[in-house]
Design a protein around this ligand. Structure first.
Ligand code: TLP
Length: 347
């Protein structure tokens, strides 16, 4: 059975054009800096992000890890939202591998951290405290509903960071979704940050890869960290070629995923038994939950949906995340609404 897979945009397969480009990619040894396709991809992403340089990473997780390890030393502290991907889903890498202390402050429903909370979390110079070196924000914010952060908010965090001589990193796994949703450029959103990590393997459909961007000096240091982490890849142009096609063909069309997310939300909203989170969706993600009327939980619902060819992401005992992407059509949206309706049609 061909599933309608809404668990994530990470499930996207490369397009035929990507496979074609991969097959004919010009390659070299990227650890020696000699892969022309990787070099081109890195330049393209850096330019789109408005940064001096880029560095191809095997994953968004390694990209965030390398960024934070580059900004912080052992015993330093990074300020993060308590719902940040780095806090929730990156296996504690920054502490396990970097000895970096995370200071977690509440993420608001709109994905931001309150500026007063950030200010209060910045440490004074006291030997009892780990020095605050970095603030990390996430755009779009995954667990806050795929919400985009505005350029104005990011600027205010950037100003704060500058005032206290702290660096700013953006986990921009879905920065292009944030840019498209708000009608601004990725460079505008990334301008206040010292580094930004952008994923190619989510809504952009490339099979592998994220690009970490920043100043020449920052990327030079991050390159050594990437090597330490075992992320130096050799003929990675095979992967970069797909990334280039992703940048050329997949960025603008993210608007279609956002539109389909709205369509799906509209359909789901009419189903008794399902409650959509307020404001959802703002980009390509819908968060919703079962009402008290439904006698089974989200896991059981997912099993029943799977029997109808739908894969839904279970994110809480009674909660789901549904993510729209390139491989989901209007017909799939209709089928999904119908399947939810049938599964939740209980007395
Ligand atoms: N997120 C995945 C899961 O890990 C939850 C998903 O399905 O959404 N930053 C953000 C904001 C992300 O959402 C993800 C992936 C990453 C980083 C990590 O990227 P990868 O999976 O390439 O390591």
């Amino acid at each position: 059975m061909d599933f309608i897979d809404l668990r994530s945009d990470t499930v996207t397969h490369p397009t035929p054009a990507m496979r074609e480009a991969m097959a004919r990619a010009e390659v070299g040894d990227d650890v020696l800096g000699e892969d022309p396709t990787v070099n081109r991809l890195e330049e393209m992403v850096a330019s789109m992000a408005g940064k001096q340089a880029g560095l191809l990473m095997p994953s968004g997780t390694m990209s965030n890890l390398a960024a934070i390890l580059t900004h912080c030393g052992r015993g330093d502290e990074v300020i993060l939202g308590d719902k940040a991907h780095t806090v929730l889903f990156e296996a504690g890498g920054i502490s396990a591998l970097g000895g970096i202390h995370s200071r977690q402050i509440p993420n608001q429903a709109d994905g931001t951290m309150d500026l007063a909370d950030i200010t209060a979390a910045i440490r004074s110079d006291d030997i009892h405290y780990p020095p605050t070196r970095l603030i990390s924000i996430e755009n779009t914010h995954n667990r806050c509903g795929g919400v985009p952060l505005s350029a104005a908010y990011t600027r205010s965090v950037g100003d704060l960071a500058q005032k206290y001589n702290i660096k700013l990193h953006i986990d921009g796994a879905r920065l292009f979704n944030a840019a498209i949703a708000q009608g601004v450029s990725a460079a505008d959103l990334a301008a206040p940050a010292d580094s930004v990590s952008i994923c190619l393997s989510k809504g952009l459909c490339a099979p592998v890869g994220s690009v970490l961007c920043g100043s020449f000096d920052f990327i030079q240091s991050a390159r050594r960290i990437r090597k330490q982490l075992g992320g130096g890849m050799r003929q990675a142009g095979i992967l970069a070629a797909a990334g280039i096609v992703a940048l050329e063909t997949m960025v603008d069309r993210l608007a279609e995923d956002h539109q389909r997310a709205r369509l799906l939300a509209q359909g789901l909203n009419s189903i008794d038994g399902l409650i959509l989170n307020p404001g959802t969706p703002q980009t390509n993600m819908i968060f919703c939950r079962l009402s008290d009327r439904i006698p089974f939980d989200a896991k059981e619902t997912a099993v029943r949906l799977a029997a109808k060819g739908i894969k839904a992401g279970v994110v809480a005992e009674r909660g789901f995340r549904l993510v729209l992407h390139y491989w989901i059509t209007d017909a799939d949206v209709e089928k999904t609404v119908r399947a939810f309706g049938e599964v939740l049609d209980v007395p």
